[in-house]
Design a protein around this ligand. Structure first.
Ligand SMILES: CC(C)(COP(=O)(O)OP(=O)(O)OC[C@H]1O[C@@H](n2cnc3c(N)ncnc32)[C@H](O)[C@@H]1OP(=O)(O)O)[C@@H](O)C(=O)NCCC(=O)NCCS
Length: 167
């Protein structure tokens, strides 16, 4: 059984390594997710800030003496055009490939919900790549519903009416 706990800066190497797995998982599905050469350095800085910030929840799961999963959640405010409100936003969730399908992802999400509820926050969101069927199936199994879709296309002048002439 995995032990879930809050991350410390000593976990940063393991977190970055898991994040690379998460990004590779997506790049294998669509090259649009290809990361830059210095991405791991940028992410490490972001993760270090999250671990220090008491308003952000960075969880890790430990098993066999190592870190096998992590989940990062921020608290966001509704933009001012909507009624005031706060919600949790899961920015990253990954379970090491060798430990998947054993309920660890679900355990992490339950821990996030408890943390939010303790602050009176009753809404949780996540952005998931619709090309990632594993993630879509996971989030739906956890009771999440689609609310926004990001659509994408590559644009080339030749494909436009008039060969791309701007009127
Ligand atoms: C998505 C991910 C975090 C799920 O973690 P996990 O610990 O394997 O998930 P769980 O064991 O808690 O699965 C809970 C439920 O999710 C669904 N699910 C999980 N993995 C699935 C898969 N490969 N295919 C279909 N459904 C899946 C199932 O309904 C599962 O319940 P079941 O095993 O009783 O059928 C993990 O697969 C992962 O790290 N994937 C790569 C990174 C990623 O896609 N992250 C999400 C970013 S938005």
């Amino acid at each position: 059984m995995a032990r879930i706990r809050e991350a410390t800066k000593r976990d940063l190497d393991a977190i970055v390594s898991l994040w690379k797995q998460l990004m590779q998982f997506h790049t294998d599905m669509d090259p649009i997710f290809q990361i830059s050469l210095h991405a791991a350095r940028v992410f490490r800085k972001f993760a270090a800030k999250c671990v220090r910030n008491r308003g952000v929840l960075t969880l890790v799961a430990e098993e066999d003496g190592g870190i096998i999963a992590f989940c990062n959640t921020t608290v966001e405010m509704n933009p001012p055009v909507f009624p005031p409100g706060r919600y949790g936003m899961i920015s990253d969730l990954v379970v090491d490939g060798r430990y998947r399908r054993r309920g660890i992802g679900a355990q992490l999400v339950e821990a996030v919900k408890l943390w939010l509820l303790k602050q009176g926050i009753t809404s949780l969101r996540v952005r998931a790549a619709s090309v990632n069927p594993v993630a879509m199936s996971f989030w739906r199994s956890r009771g999440f519903k689609d609310i926004v879709a990001t659509l994408s296309q590559d644009i080339t002048p030749g494909a436009m009416p008039g060969g791309g002439q701007i009127i």
